[in-house]
Design a protein around this ligand. Structure first.
Ligand code: PXP
Length: 254
């Protein structure tokens, strides 16, 4: 049996969230992607949402042009976004459900319900030489439908496991992921996993068989804030240090 290392795709959407909060040119998305690459990321994931709340069209083009590691573009099966993907042609696209009001992707795709549209979109993306992944819950019917529609990869939705309210539910959800990964592998699908994963989940996640890659975003960006804040404050203090305040007038003059 051959084994290979589990790959890490870092989702940098929330670096763009910080930028969009003030419409500033910083933090620079490419610099963030390069830092991830430098630290061992195998790929960069971005989600071009229809409402453009974080990633912008120009980011997709620029990152694809400049990145040295593969880009995975998450997207809804929406004509405007599919057209952009076909123009950019990233290494991989991951089709996800999208709701305007949601804070983040709330669940896997209902592959069966949207089979007709998904079949033609998958064919179009694959014809343009992209690897096509479907973001699905670890549900046997969804997995079978994904293989039937021509997907090459499924990304198992780990959010329900990661957000489980108690250990018993977490174990049930982990078992669903284990079974789902086995079923997907048996169908000839490559198996990725993602959503809601933070450092404490990793030991359990590593029990899921056949995993090719994990896509992790929010927790890494949050952790980066915490491990980087001290240095950011130190650098600001150092930049302010040369200032010499002229003698202030006494508070009260006679
Ligand atoms: N995988 C998919 C399909 C997603 O939609 C997201 C969120 O954009 C992620 C992974 C990353 O999730 P998180 O930011 O919670 O790590």
């Amino acid at each position: 049996m051959t084994t290979s290392a589990l790959r890490l795709g870092v989702n940098i959407d929330h670096v763009a969230t910080l930028r969009q909060a003030r419409n500033t040119p910083y933090p620079d998305l490419l610099a963030a992607a390069r830092a991830c690459e430098q630290a061992g990321a195998d790929g960069i994931t971005i989600h071009l949402r229809e409402d453009r709340r974080h990633i912008q069209d120009a980011d997709v083009y620029r990152l694809h042009r400049e990145l040295r590691i593969p880009m995975n573009l998450e997207m809804a099966d929406a004509p405007e976004i599919v057209a952009i993907a076909c123009d950019v042609r990233p290494a991989e696209v991951c089709l996800v459900p999208e709701k305007r009001q949601e804070l983040t992707t709330e669940g896997g795709l209902d592959v069966q319900a949207h089979a007709q549209s998904l079949r033609s979109t998958i064919a179009r993306l694959r014809d343009a030489k992209m690897m096509v992944s479907l973001f699905v819950d670890p549900d046997p019917e969804q997995l079978a439908a994904s293989a039937d529609l021509g997907a090459t990869v499924v990304e198992l939705h780990t959010g329900t496991f990661c957000d489980a309210p108690d250990p018993t539910t977490a174990q049930t959800e982990l078992q669903r992921l284990v079974d789902g990964a086995r079923a997907a592998h048996a169908l000839g699908l490559r198996v990725n996993a993602g959503h809601g994963i933070a450092l404490p989940h990793i030991p359990d996640i590593l029990r899921i068989p056949h995993l090719h890659a994990l896509n992790i975003g929010h927790s890494i960006v949050c952790h980066a804030v915490m491990v980087g804040l001290e240095q950011a404050v130190r650098e600001m203090r150092a930049a302010m240090a040369p200032y010499q305040r002229a003698n202030e007038p006494p508070a009260e003059t006679a």
